[in-house]
Write a protein that binds this ligand. Structure first.
Ligand code: PMV
Length: 364
């Protein structure tokens, strides 16, 4: 795949007067089978599957113009943010063989999230994929002679997924609607470690409108970056068993997603969330990423499910916040339950009503 994109790279001179603005909105995603552990150049140790979200997105704009060398400025929510800018600039420099034109451009990047500040929600998937969509859009304008889109989708999703992965692993799953699979598995034809593939056509309708209510237990920054977390898997004695189990979970989850088997879906989803946290607990150094209220919510959710038979389950990211997953048809009852029993465990009563979402959106 690398060779294909190297061959396709726009290697010409950026024309004088080349300038413009591109903008994309890209969604966050929540993994069901988790990616935790990597090797080589951002390659996953095991495959992962996620829901694409709808409300938790990043909007990114790049204003660009021809220049003698790379000029780069990054603004986040109106303020210059050199730390985040440096991360993106590093991604650009590391990948300049694919995008040689960046060395002839001045770029001003403006980015903002559609979800609230300090909600503890990881934004690297949405922000990195939004940035990559913009970058590929600039490349598209360079490679075209007539300056109109003629109704053509200007960014190739597989290419967007490939480069989003290089920017931040899980970002590669954000460029597809509904659900995505990242990582090679015998259980799915065409799957790859290098990019994610869309699952939209292989899932039961119940999953296409699934809800994700995100309960904000803490808005604090994560105590372990995902970079450090992936690194800790290298010395984790349980890593080989974990990777084998993840592969098994992928296989069984793919079957359950196809048939609409909610019991298996719940079983795998909750087990994966707890495994991710268990892996952190037995790393060296060890980390406890849940808070007491995370456990209170988990206990309430399991009791509620037993009592009502409503197929509500939870998943967790590498932090204390809880994602509640359930079919749209149960939304009224679950939201009533959240408001009456669970908001008390949320930081300032905060939660985000999200649901399964669509493709990244073109903004400009
Ligand atoms: O993409 P990263 O490097 O931020 O890692 C994401 C890891 C998890 O969110 C915990 C799991 C996943 O598959 O998204």
């Amino acid at each position: 795949m690398e060779k294909i994109w190297l061959n396709e790279a726009f290697k010409g001179e950026v024309p004088n007067g080349f300038q413009g603005k591109v903008g994309w909105q890209s969604p966050s995603n929540i993994a069901l089978v988790k990616y935790w552990g990597k090797h080589g150049k951002q390659l996953p140790q095991n495959p992962s599957i996620s829901f694409t979200l709808s409300e938790c997105c990043t909007e990114t704009f790049i204003q660009y113009e021809k220049s003698e060398h790379l000029g780069f400025q990054f603004f986040f929510e109106g303020k210059e943010n050199p730390a985040f800018g440096a991360k993106i600039e590093k991604f650009l420099l590391d990948n300049q063989a694919f995008f040689p034109f960046i060395n002839q451009l001045n770029m001003k990047v403006e980015s903002r999230n559609t979800f609230p500040h300090s909600s503890g929600i990881a934004s690297s998937a949405s922000s990195m994929s939004a940035f990559v969509m913009c970058l590929l859009d600039i490349e598209y304008w360079l490679a075209r002679t007539e300056r109109q889109r003629a109704g053509i989708f200007s960014v190739v999703p597989q290419k967007a997924s490939y480069f989003s992965r290089l920017a931040s692993g899980s970002a590669c799953r954000s460029v597809y609607p509904k659900m995505a699979l990242w990582g090679a598995t015998e259980a799915y034809n065409g799957s790859s470690d290098e990019y994610a593939v869309p699952l939209e056509n292989d899932i039961h309708p119940v999953f296409k409108t699934f809800r994700d209510s995100i309960l904000i237990v803490s808005g604090e920054k994560k105590s372990v970056s995902s970079r450090a977390g992936h690194g800790l898997m290298e010395g984790n004695p349980y890593a080989p068993a974990r990777y084998a189990q993840a592969n098994e979970n992928i296989k069984n989850l793919l079957t359950a997603l196809k048939s609409g088997d909610l019991d298996t879906f719940i079983n795998i989803t909750e087990s994966e969330a707890l495994q991710l946290h268990a892996l952190m607990m037995c790393s060296n150094p060890s980390f406890i990423l849940m808070k007491p209220n995370t456990l209170h919510i988990i206990e309430e959710v399991r009791n509620f499910r037993n009592e009502t038979q409503i197929p509500l389950c939870f998943t967790l990211d590498a932090g204390p916040n809880v994602h509640l997953l359930y079919p749209e048809s149960e939304a009224k009852k679950v939201e009533k339950f959240i408001k009456s029993e669970l908001v008390t465990y949320c930081n300032q009563g905060r939660w985000i009503a999200d649901h399964v979402g669509d493709w990244p959106k073109l903004l400009v």
